[in-house]
Each structure stands twice: as C-alpha cells, then as structure tokens.
Design a protein around this ligand. Sequence first.
Ligand code: CTP
Ligand code: CA
Length: 226
Amino acid sequence: AAEMFDRGLLAGQHVVITAGPTREAIDPVRYISNHSSGKMGYSLAEAAIDAGAQVTLISGPVNLPAPARCQRVMVESAEQMLEASLNHVSQCDIFIASAAVADYRPAAIAEHKMKKGKEEIMELHLVKNPDIVATVAALENKPFTVGFAAETKDVIGYAQGKLVRKNLDLIIANDVSRSDIGFNSDDNAVSVISIDSIKELPLCSKRQLAAKLVEIIAQAQTGSAK
Ligand code: CTP
Ligand code: CA
C-alpha cells in the first residue's frame, strides 16, 4: 500500500487542515458557536490522505469520526485552534483553513453559571479572536496557505479582499445565500480564487469537490515558487 501512496499527488507532503466550528465559552454551561458541520474540512482531509499526504486535522466540536490514517487534534476555542495550528504548521507544506472560527469571544469567562437578573436587557462584552489563517500566512516559513470564504453577497469581491488581506495563496469562495449549498449540506459549489485567476467548480458532493480541490491545490502549490 505504501508504494501506492508514493504516487499520489500529495505524496510526501504534510497537510494541516482546520475544520468545524469553534466554541467560545460564556460560563461553565454556555457558549457562542455557529452551525458549521465540519463536513468540508473532513472531506478535504480524506481526499488529501487518498492523495498520499500525511494529514493533521485540527477540529472544533463536530459529529464526525476521525478519518482513517489521520492525526486528529480536537480543540474547542479559537485560541486553542490557533495554538494547535502553530504547534503543527512548522513542518507542514500546505495549510488549509476550512474552520468556521468565531470572530469574537466573551471578554471574560464567568467562573460560575451566570444568573438571570432583573434587567430585561443584558450585554455581553466580546473581544476579537486571533485570525488563525492570517497568523499562519504571516510566518517566515509560510506553508502554501488556503482559506475559505463563505459569503452571502459580492462573493468574489469579498473573497479576493480576504485573499490579499490575509496573504493567502488560494481562497475557496462559496455563496451561502444559496439554499442548495452551505454549512450543513452534503453538496457545495465554489469558486477557487488566486491572485490572478478564478475557477468555478459546479455543484457536486463535498466528497467529489474535495478530490477536485486537492488536485487544484496540489497543482497550484507545485507551480508556486518555494
Ligand atoms: N479564519 C481564521 N481565523 C479567524 C477567522 C477566520 O483562520 N479568526 C479563516 C477561516 O478559516 C477562513 C478564512 O479565514 O479560511 C475566512 O474566514 P471568514 O470568516 O470568511 O473571514 P473573516 O476575516 O472572519 O471575515 P468576515 O467573517 O467578517 O467575513
Ligand atoms: Ca468570520
């Protein structure tokens, strides 16, 4: 079997993938999160493994089993996801950020379960989370870095902005205003954007899409001067 993997598109490559949502604690029993299922990231991990890569999957809380032949690191918060990412990127060739990281977290985690007060309105103070993919892309020995952008309008424009701002090599954009695709769907349609190209991938299963994306990423990475 080892010889088979040697011939894969990503043979000998170490790929780190973030996936799923993050969970930002409010108190011991509550948190802020989102509806990310982790399916796209897990499908990418499987496709990368099938292409012969050594894969580290850094996962927020999801209801998915760890792919076979994969190192999975479970985390909860964005800060933990950043720490785990930095622990694993130093020897990696490709970093793929598919996680739906919470943009903000409670400024403080209450030590005890918060009690309902007399007030009709309660305010929660939030602080910005670190940007994991931008932090990785700013490293001196930066891996080939791929981001995702889920948008509801001006999809290509916003995604191009993120590509440039975060110093990414590729960004995979999808229109989550469409009812046939998105966070919990088994299918997806995306645009793959680099600094000088846009490629549309039509609607298909996340599994098929992942295989196609791995192919595109492997080609783009080979083409990029390292
Ligand atoms: N991302 C990240 N760390 C964060 C926020 C986002 O690594 N704290 C990554 C995501 O995994 C994704 C890319 O950045 O690959 C774009 O995420 P997105 O939420 O679309 O971008 P933001 O910069 O957070 O902008 P906004 O949510 O305002 O659109
Ligand atoms: Ca965001």
